[in-house]
Design a protein around this ligand. Structure first.
Ligand code: 8YV
Length: 342
């Protein structure tokens, strides 16, 4: 198929999206034939001569893969908003365009963040297991209330990272009575008080401030971890942070497992430094056994990375990933191209 452009796709994107690629007469599409993480050896072999590669978060995008593809490679497209699996310097220096999937998953992940904040405070892990031995009493399984109450009307949300998903989560917290919002940001980004004031007005909160990590731990009733993964945010939630939290507070991680020290969090939950945790992402996933310290920790709900797992959102992500690939292949606009030379 010398006249066709070869593209390699590391997962079947389903009947709503695959036709975008399979029915394009100019493409020769090779798809990883199993419903599982794509084998590295298979990918390196099949990448030879490819013009485009469409991957999931599980596929490392590095010099070895780009070498395996060779000089034909024009575009790499990932079906994820995160791109810590991609060597941006290599992509940039080789002039390979790179697409990702922001925005389309923001609402789904914000929804799940709220769900986990509620579950973490309401003993969901323990109470789902209780039948048929439940004995009711007035104060059994009582936890902190996410929404404001007459006796404790002040609610403060803390965000580690304050991008699209964090702001969509804040918007959902307003009807719960959250009037205070604290966040931390990448130290390399200068503070912008005017932008903070504009966001406070947009969401209708009394207070919205960038603060140091220890202040965020101390003041927040719920902490949402929503910063990108990678070396800069590794174990940003550590023993010191957890010790600084309110005993009634909950922690939600819908970002990356690497941001939270799992052993420290398990210890914190056993010892009651905070009330509970809602975790969608764990270091070392997807290999997380039933004996994982967080799976065994009290008042800790652990989900298998389902933040963006709604049918509409996944089809949206797959469609965007396919359209990014097509744009890059044919030298056109990609709907969501990342500037890799920043
Ligand atoms: C993906 C994610 O569903 O987009 C991301 O960065 O973590 C998830 O939404 C998953 O990683 C599929 O690539």
């Amino acid at each position: 198929n010398l006249n066709k452009l070869k593209v390699v796709v590391t997962r079947d994107l389903g009947p709503d999206v695959m036709p975008l690629l399979l029915e394009n007469k100019e493409l020769d599409v090779v798809v990883w034939p199993h419903n599982s993480v794509c084998d590295r050896k298979w990918l390196l072999e099949n990448a030879a001569g490819a013009s485009g590669i469409l991957v999931m978060l599980s596929e490392k995008l590095d010099a070895e893969l780009f070498d395996a593809a060779g000089p034909s490679l024009r575009v790499v497209s990932t079906m994820s908003v995160g791109y810590e699996h991609a060597d941006l310097k290599e992509l940039s220096s080789r002039g390979i365009r790179f697409g990702y999937t922001p925005d389309v998953l923001t609402d789904a992940v914000a929804d799940l963040s709220i769900m986990l904040a509620l579950m973490a405070g309401r003993n969901t892990k323990e109470t789902l297991d209780i039948w048929p031995n439940f004995v009711w009493s007035p104060y059994v399984w009582c936890g902190p209330q996410l929404s404001a109450t007459p006796t404790s009307p002040k609610r403060t949300a803390g965000f580690i990272g304050f991008g699209r998903i964090a702001q969509a989560t804040l918007a959902r917290l307003i009807p719960f009575g959250f009037q205070h919002c604290l966040y931390t940001a990448n130290p390399a980004t200068p503070p912008n008080h005017a932008a903070d004031a504009a966001l406070a007005a947009k969401y209708g909160v009394r207070e919205l401030r960038r603060v140091p990590l220890d202040e965020l731990a101390r003041e927040s009733d719920v902490v949402f971890v929503l910063a990108p993964g990678g070396a800069a945010t590794y174990h940003i939630v550590d023993e010191k942070f957890l010790k600084g939290m309110k005993k009634s507070a909950v922690l939600v991680n819908t970002a990356r497992g690497t941001l939270v020290d799992s052993d420290a969090l398990a210890k914190a939950l056993h010892e009651g430094w905070l009330y509970g945790a809602g975790i969608d992402v764990v270091e070392g996933e997807p290999k997380v056994g039933a004996d994982h310290p967080l799976v065994k920790a009290p008042r800790c709900v652990v989900l298998p990375h389902i933040g963006s797992a709604t049918t509409d959102t996944r089809i949206g992500m797959a469609t965007l990933a396919a359209n990014n690939l097509l744009g890059g292949l044919f030298g056109k606009d990609m709907p969501a191209e990342l500037n890799t030379s920043r």
